[in-house]
Design a protein around this ligand. Sequence first.
Ligand SMILES: [Zn+2]
Length: 169
Amino acid sequence: MIITIILIYVLNVFSTQISVKQNNKAKVELEIQQKKNMETEVIKKSESEWKAQLSPMAYMVLRQNATEAPFSGEFFKNDDKGTYYCAACNNKLFSSDTKFDSGCGWPSFYDLIDAANVNLVKDTTLGMIRTEIRCKKCDGHLGHVFDDGPKPTGLRYCINSAALDFEKK
Ligand SMILES: [Zn+2]
């Protein structure tokens, strides 16, 4: 009888340990999955939420594909060292190290911090064939990329100031 009780006790302890282990494993797997989701996170908000969050100009550019008037934006003349982020979702986009004076009236960069942070989309509006740049995280319209930029890329990422936030180094 005693042996049976001991045996049941031992089996209980043993099975509890297994289930704790399984719970831990499930927890770790959940954490990995959550991390993955964060890495590929795409922000989806309603238009009224974006409207409430963004300035009127940023809303027109980022959500309605508008282009700000040349030489009107906050950053085309900005020579400060630092980092440019998407004004809607804080996605890291450009470094001041790749900014150059293109004379076009919009902030111009010859490279992205990480090409994986944007989507390039063929844009045939206004009777032109252009390549549009959209933020990968929030799908906001940023500007266009042209192939008349300086070395080493030969590209000119022509970006609306209103679509950017700047953090000075
Ligand atoms: Zn964004």
